[in-house]
Design a protein around this ligand. Structure first.
Ligand code: GDP
Ligand code: GDP
Length: 436
């Protein structure tokens, strides 16, 4: 189901971020960076010989400690918590240092596979010096030079060989969802309230450690759901969990593994900048989205309060116009009973397929009602529309000239498709293609 995760660890200056950029960079393979964190560059999607994986640069996670040994300890712990395979970067220039040994000691404590990458092996003469790194105890070290791009393929071969063997995917009918939002909006309270109102399944199937905190449950209607753990929901206690980058990383991981994402806002405090950032991640990832306004019990209401709040949200989150808004309270449980059905519906919409014949009827009707635009006397012609993907639903529109498809007309077509079919809660992707 979810792609395996590779984490890069090592003391400062060995070249972790250079290795990260090298692997995530366009030279290696298709990379679809998560917009919004491009600057931070701590998390990316990558692919090697058809194997997709997510990549984390733990060196980019500032755990807020002054002492660098504490920093690297925590970064190594994050790698153990989050990754399926750990790339331990060292430098041939300095040989094995005390700090390297410290990192190694922490990594011994986990049973995750570790691949040692000896960086800065810029020329062949240096290759004989990599054997010292056997002493770290993780088997054969891989010599690389991340600035020169040498050995990266061998490293990735080794990494991919170490991925856990997932075997055949277990067919399941569960709808996976996560709750994301800034601290204190009430994510854990909501999860607890939801689980309190539904029947939690005690699973006998052993998941991976990383997935173990996901909780499956059955709703009153008998539908299966799995709530995916996000930052700080149920394992509060570690120092690094309070750092912003770690929270972002956990949210991105949770979004990756979800069908539907519940973006939680706090009615008591209104909308903050950070809410928009968080919601942006879910939108960019193309997941189904529901906006949850929590702590609705704290708001003094008149007849218009809900409508006003809704208008404010629509204004502030214009790109989420497809997401339904629901006003809830983890404290009083208000409307929480409606959630499972709503999540299920959004999940169905997210994977809805429209037969081409029906789709083209809708598009042709739309064109008849609102003729295609012209530019310099040249009219946009739409020949055919077809759905090419789900999650999110993606449509290809074959046209005479993609340049003629103005943003506003694409928006009009999307709205017509939304009027004809239930796509509530899911983004739609429209791609214009030139028909030869
Ligand atoms: P990090 O702190 O571990 O993330 O290390 P950086 O990626 O920031 O690299 C630290 C320094 O090492 C930078 O000046 C890099 O240019 C340099 N560096 C990284 N990889 C190599 C390499 O393969 N060869 C050489 N000669 N220098 C490198
Ligand atoms: P998280 O950091 O997003 O997981 O937020 P928590 O679930 O830890 O909640 C933060 C605080 O808000 C706690 O003190 C909760 O008791 C409180 N809280 C959560 N949901 C509600 C709610 O619906 N109404 C009220 N009044 N307080 C809430």
């Amino acid at each position: 189901m979810a792609n395996p995760v590779v984490a890069i660890v090592g003391r400062p200056n060995v070249g972790k971020s250079t290795v990260f950029n090298r692997i995530a960079g366009e030279r290696i393979s298709i990379v679809e960076d998560v917009p919004g964190v491009t600057r931070d560059r701590i998390y990316a999607h990558s692919e090697w010989l058809g194997q997709k994986f997510s990549l984390i640069d733990t060196g980019g996670i500032d755990t807020g400690e002054e002492e660098f040994l504490t920093q690297i300890t925590e970064q190594a712990e994050i790698a153990i918590d989050e990754a399926d395979v750990i790339v331990f970067v060292v430098s041939v220039r300095e040989g094995v240092t005390d700090a390297d040994e410290k990192v190694a000691k922490i990594l011994y404590r986990s049973d995750k596979p570790v691949v040692v990458a000896v960086n800065k092996v810029d020329n062949p003469e240096l290759r004989s010096e990599i054997f010292d790194f056997y002493a770290l105890g993780f088997g054969e070290p891989v010599p690389i030079s991340s600035t020169h791009g040498i050995g990266i393929g061998d490293l990735l071969d080794q990494v991919c060989r170490s991925f856990p063997n997932t075997g055949a995917e277990i067919e399941d009918h569960t709808t996976r969802f996560s709750l994301i939002g800034r601290p204190n909006v009430g994510k854990s309270s909501l999860v607890n309230a939801i689980l309190g109102e539904n029947r939690v399944i005690v699973s006998s199937v052993e998941g991976t450690t990383r997935d173990a905190i996901d909780t499956p449950f059955i709703s009153a209607n008998g539908d299966e759901f799995t709530v995916i753990d996000t930052a700080g929901i149920r394992k509060k206690g570690k120092v690094y969990e309070n750092t912003e980058k770690y929270a972002v990383l956990r949210a991105l991981r949770a979004i990756d593994r979800s069908d539907v994402v519940l973006v939680v806002l706090n009615a008591e405090e209104g909308i903050r900048e950070q809410d928009k950032k968080v919601a942006g991640y879910a939108h960019e990832a193309g997941r189904g989205i529901i906006i949850l306004v929590n702590k609705w019990d704290t708001v003094k209401k008149t007849n218009h309060t809900m409508q006003e709040f809704e208008e404010l949200i629509r204004q502030e989150f214009q790109y989420l116009s497809y997401a339904p808004i629901i006003f809830v309270s983890a404290r009083t449980k208000q409307r929480l009973d409606q959630l499972p059905q709503l999540i299920k519906r959004i999940n169905e919409n997210h994977q809805r397929r429209i037969p081409s014949a029906v789709l083209n009827d809708v598009v042709m009707d739309a064109i008849a009602r609102n003729p295609t635009p012209t530019d310099n006397g040249k009219r946009l012609r739409i020949y055919y529309t077809t759905q090419v993907a789900i999650k999110p639903p993606t449509f290809v529109v074959f046209v005479n000239d993609p340049e003629l498809m103005h943003f506003s007309y694409a928006r009009f077509l999307e709205n017509q498709i939304r009027e004809a079919f239930d796509f509530t809660g899911t983004p739609l992707h429209l791609i214009e293609r030139k028909r030869k």
